[in-house]
Design a protein around this ligand. Sequence first.
Ligand code: SF4
Length: 400
Amino acid sequence: MSSTVSIRKTRGNEYEDIKEAVDRVIEDLGGLEDIIRPGNKVIIKPNMVAVPMSRLSGAVTRWEVCLAIYEAVKFAGGIPVIAESASVGADTGDVILMCGYNRLVEDGVPVVDLKSKDGQGGERCRLVIDDAKIAHEIITWELVRDADAVITVPVMKTHDQTEITLGMKNLKGLLADDSKKRFHRDGLIESVVDLNAALRPCLEIVDGTFAAEGIGPVFGDTREMDLIIGSKDIVACEAVTGKIMGYEPDEVPITAAAAARGLGTMDLAEIEIAGEKIEDVGSRFVRSCETKIEGVADSFRMVLDESACTGCRNTVVSVLMDMKEAGLLKYTEGLTVIAGRADDDMIDADDLIPEKTVCIGACAKKFADRYGLRWAEGCPPRNRIAIEAIVGGREKYDGE
Ligand code: SF4
């Protein structure tokens, strides 16, 4: 496996500009012939985690990057399909539409909503992962099981749990929701590495045109970087992309864990860079932990452990955004929000004020029951339900 990473600047924002940069990256990496054989079934996996604020906000992979890869795979004789299942609770069809991928569908490009009942992804199936550390079994779809190759196409962005989220974590969108939840419950980092060890993506191409910093993975601030980055060594790709974003490779838990398991190298001295130099294009991204939503009280507290999956994490941030818009952030004064299964010792019963503590989602119901707290039902709950639980009743919030 070559540990070359290619970094190319885009010249503009039209499809031809993006395609030119993607093609140059693929050329720098020696083409696709060594990884895609004629007749191979190839999954192109974008990041379409949830409905973004806009398709170029840096939260989702833009369709232009996927289309350019699709064309390259076809040219190499492969049979490409773009496939995704959005985060727990998110409707993938809505996300596909909001991200503009419907225009590809209209042109005959297969864009598969894996969660849909239309059967394009085939039946759900179980895959056993030999030598897994944590995820010994996953639930996916026949389309994924039967693919000859997987190309992971993340967008460059920060993340509240994993510092940054790139191509390895992106593959979680090839799992059914039950498995996604399980990853969060059992240990996200090593589960993601297990998944990558099993699916062995042959190429990562990062959409670094519009990136996102701060509160990731959905509500970050957009940063225009005009970059396409790629490698056949996914660990090297993530080490270099992370470095461009201001992270040392060992600061990013998934990169470090994957390197430790031998999935690639994160040693920047061993990685050959083609195209732009890291120091010429890099700049420090604001980290998720450094960000705060304006107007949220300093006394607001979130109790989230690793088991709280993207569905509830996004819900909490999105709820705060909706409350800001509705002028309700005064209710965050002294508020504690609990999501996920949380270890019992993360919660001190003596600290809890029942009318100022809200449990979000099915996983946190046990705390609501045990301590008589407010509870927002759902997996994840709808924003309206969560806001009503926070403000203390429907009459105080009439939004949707
Ligand atoms: S309740 Fe929330 S944290 Fe629990 S599985 Fe559902 S979305 Fe994930």
